[in-house]
Design a protein around this ligand. Structure first.
Ligand SMILES: Nc1ncnc2c1ncn2[C@@H]1O[C@H](COP(=O)(O)OP(=O)(O)O)[C@@H](O)[C@H]1O
Ligand SMILES: [Mg+2]
Length: 326
């Protein structure tokens, strides 16, 4: 069954279009990721889906319920974990959960049972009576997820679930999210600007840039579409190499920061040929590495910009050469 159906959903703020006609369909039980740089429109998109923000146009159904016509109905189906922390620091974990349960008017007996179950699920039962201000960042996130699940939603929204957490805590949280999805069959839609998070966690990923979905597929398919291998070459002649390198087995070449990133079919079969092409043009190579494509390469391919640089606001340092069709 379809959990989420989104049809040309659009949000404008004045004459600025933050979300520009996005469409997708998420089957029940999927972990679906919206991956894109800061300002891409991720939070705006899920704010519309969770009825916090009214769309300018387009429509969306959650478990068949219309986000515009039946907001209360939609709210019963969903749990939300916001990008910014929204716990009360001066209350204990249990009290935070209880407050939320009362908001949703969950009857006392069920509420208390559910709170204990959810706190067990995120392994916070031992600390349930501690004030949230004594919690680490990872514990807070887990508590927020437990809280989002308290009224037993079938769809969970996670906005940048591991933002600002250290690598170990992020890993841990990914495991929780995955086990939640597996054990409870909850459909999860999450936003992230972390490539590794989308890759590791999501069944399917929509890459969103400037309010538009530029590509959507499984992480594996997205990566294999841009090439089988990626060869990075550091060279003082990076720009000229990227401009001039041509071969039927080269799918595309981009350059930035003194590096040429060449996407190709089988590095194993073509590496020597590649090196002789570059050497034949009289260019020097300082270093070379071969790797499998990442979602970063996918983003670069579809947008012409690098997401990491986008974050730092340094797009002007980059140039892109479109792949030649051969
Ligand atoms: N209430 C608002 N009024 C005007 N512009 C907004 C508002 N909310 C978001 N935006 C703009 O819309 C764009 C997308 O924002 P957002 O959805 O928060 O992006 P993301 O979550 O991908 O970082 C940004 O350029 C942001 O400045
Ligand atoms: Mg956001």
């Amino acid at each position: 069954m379809t959990a989420i159906l989104v049809d040309t959903l659009t949000k404008r703020f004045g004459d600025f279009t933050a979300v520009d006609g996005i469409s997708f369909e998420i089957p029940e039980g999927e972990i679906f990721g919206l991956l894109g740089p800061n300002g891409a429109g991720k939070t705006t998109a899920i704010s519309m889906l969770s009825t916090l923000l009214e769309p300018t146009s387009g429509r969306a159904l959650l478990n068949g319920i219309d986000i515009i016509k039946d907001q209360d109905g939609v709210r019963k189906e969903i749990g939300i974990v916001f990008q910014d922390q929204s716990l009360d620091e001066e209350l204990t974990a249990w009290e935070n959960m209880d407050f939320h349960g009362r908001l949703y008017r969950i009857p006392k007996a069920i509420r208390e049972e559910q709170i204990d179950e959810m706190l067990r699920l995120v392994e916070l039962e031992d600390r349930k009576d501690s004030l949230v201000k004594t919690y680490s960042g990872g514990m807070r996130r887990r508590l927020e997820i437990a809280r989002g699940l308290l009224h037993e939603p079938s769809i969970l929204f996670l906005d940048e679930p591991t933002l600002g957490l250290d690598p170990q805590t992020r890993n841990h949280l990914w495991e929780y999210i995955q086990s939640l999805n597996r054990r409870k069959g909850i459909t999860i839609i999450l936003t992230t600007h972390y490539m590794d998070e989308a890759d590791r966690l999501c069944d399917r990923v929509a890459i969103i840039d400037r309010g538009r979905i530029v590509a959507m597929d499984t992480p594996g398919n997205l990566k294999s579409q841009v090439g089988e291998d990626v060869v990075s070459i550091t060279s003082p002649d990076a720009a000229r190499i990227a401009d001039r390198i041509r071969a039927p087995w080269i799918l595309g070449a981009e350059q930035y920061d003194g590096q040429v990133i060449i996407r190709l079919r089988s590095a194993e079969d073509h590496l020597l040929e590649l090196l002789s092409l570059i050497g034949g043009d009289g260019h020097t190579i300082a270093s070379i590495s071969i790797r499998k494509p990442t979602l970063e390469d996918v983003f670069l391919h579809y947008t012409g910009r690098e997401m990491r640089h986008e974050e730092a606001g340094a797009t002007d340092r980059m140039r892109m050469m479109m792949p030649r069709r051969s």
